[in-house]
Design a protein. Structure first.
Ligand code: SF4
Length: 265
């Protein structure tokens, strides 16, 4: 006789909380954030290096926005995460659910199960923030997403070179008719050739995809990941680079990390 066993999907999480989105197309909106553990990139400017590995515990806000965190063990079974999201989902409070990290697509198998269920529970749109390189995992969850913020990593700023992966990733989003935008971190040492190549890449998929240039928020000395600190760009460079990108795509907005100005998480 064969005994049937059901493996319950689990995810390694950093935190679940309610906050104001500070970046990109959804800036200013209220979201339920699910921050996943693990990232396979090592961007020089990373402000979430604590997500690179999975901690043994995660923290979960009990009441949306009150920062009354409970500590729970990792990994988290799917039905438990559903309960946490349900608790956050007060009537009319949130505009969407943000999948963030780390790199959420490293949990694609979990997301494939979780996303249809969380959608039918909350009826909230699902927004994915991603490093924009894991296109195979993206295709597994694409039907359950409403919008995607894709990072485009400039080699001169991030230390990562992912042109081919970014092209495939962005094309998949565009072909799926999702709301998609591209976020590019710019710093003092940005190489304009990288920006030119990015403009060309985005326009090659569609010149209608909005691009957000995000001046880097310099890390405090204690959190710097490299010997050479990543510095904010001079104001005149920002103007020059916006003008450069506008030669390729219709919408180029410059927005810093506004959640940091608001002391959000
Ligand atoms: S992709 Fe995001 S989380 Fe990963 S290293 Fe880069 S900035 Fe950090």
């Amino acid at each position: 006789m064969t005994v049937k066993t059901t493996v319950q999907p689990t995810a390694r999480l950093i935190e679940v909380f309610s906050a104001i989105q500070g970046e990109g197309l959804n800036v200013g909106t209220r979201q339920i954030f699910i921050r996943f553990a693990f990232c396979d990139l090592r961007c020089h400017f990373c402000d979430s290096a604590y997500t690179w590995n999975a901690p043994t515990t995660c923290r979960v806000e009990r009441s949306p926005g009150l920062r009354d965190f409970e500590i729970h063990l990792n990994p988290v079974p799917l039905p438990i995460l559903m309960q946490w999201v349900e608790r956050q989902n007060l009537p009319s409070l949130h505009d969407s659910i943000s999948l963030t990290g780390g790199e959420p697509l490293l949990h694609a198998a979990f997301l494939k199960e979780f996303l249809p269920q969380v959608r039918s529970l909350t009826d909230l749109p699902i927004y994915l923030e991603s490093g924009g390189h894991r296109f195979e995992q993206l295709s597994m969850v694409l039907p359950y997403l409403d919008s995607v913020g894709m990072d485009l990593k400039l080699p001169s700023v991030s230390g990562e070179t992912l042109w081919a992966e970014h092209t495939k990733f962005l094309q998949l989003c565009w072909d799926a008719h999702l709301e998609v935008f591209v976020k590019i971190i710019i710093a003092e040492n940005t190489n304009p050739d990288d920006l030119q190549r990015s403009g060309d890449l985005v326009a090659g998929v569609s010149p209608d995809i909005p691009v957000f240039l995000q001046p880097v928020t310099p890390l405090p000395a204690s959190e710097q990941l490299n010997e050479t600190p990543v510095l904010a760009p001079a104001p005149e460079k920002v103007l020059m680079w916006q003008a450069l990108m506008k030669q390729f795509v219709a919408q180029v907005r410059v927005i810093p990390q506004t959640h940091k100005m608001l002391n959000q998480l």
